[in-house]
Design a protein. Structure first.
Length: 186
């Protein structure tokens, strides 16, 4: 019988898709972008950002992207933004700040927080991951192969149908047994 032991998340990297937008960022390697959530820091690999009316770099949900100092990264509207592979944000040749890229010694302590966000039970590792680079003008696609996922779903559906039929047969056998016992006693 199939048993769900526990839910799990595959944190392996997906394919990089070029978008050409300077506010689309992807992480090549391990790690997460840090954002200021409504009740503390959240972590995401979704780098589809935009500039809010107050100049903060924010996620599509409006959460401010954190810099290495923990404050929101703020840029001037209308000027081009250049983000280097280490997450340093430059505008008009001036360094504005650096994106906080969080890494965890174990992803087991990360809990889903809805959307593409995770909350950590403990603080991230002290230094950004050494093998990670920020790719400006790219977004990370899903790391799931659609054909493989569809095949797994069909397999699970067939197992469910077989178990459902077995339960129906068991209930039918119980019904017949009750009716036969009632006839013998008459």
């Amino acid at each position: 019988m199939p048993v769900i032991e526990r839910p799990w998340t595959d944190f392996s990297q997906g394919l990089m898709r070029p978008t050409g937008s300077p506010l689309d960022l992807a992480l090549s390697g391990p790690g997460f972008f840090s954002v200021n959530g409504p009740s503390g820091p959240l972590y995401t690999r979704n780098g589809s950002f935009r500039v809010a009316t107050n100049g903060s770099l924010v996620t599509t949900d409006g959460y401010a992207v954190r810099g290495t100092d923990g404050a929101a990264v703020t840029v001037a509207a209308g000027s081009p933004i250049d983000i280097s592979s280490d997450g340093t944000v430059r505008q008009d040749g001036n360094v504005i700040g650096q994106l906080e890229i969080a890494d965890f010694t174990s992803t087991a302590g990360l809990a889903k927080q809805g959307g593409n966000y995770f909350r950590s039970a403990g603080p991230p590792a002290g230094t950004p991951p050494p093998n990670t680079s920020v790719q400006q003008g790219h977004l990370e696609d899903s790391n799931t192969a659609a054909a493989e996922a569809a095949g797994r779903l069909i397999s699970v559906m067939r197992q469910f149908e077989m178990l459902q039929k077995a339960v129906s047969l068991g209930a039918e056998m119980n019904q017949h047994a009750i009716q036969d016992v009632a006839r013998v006693g008459q």
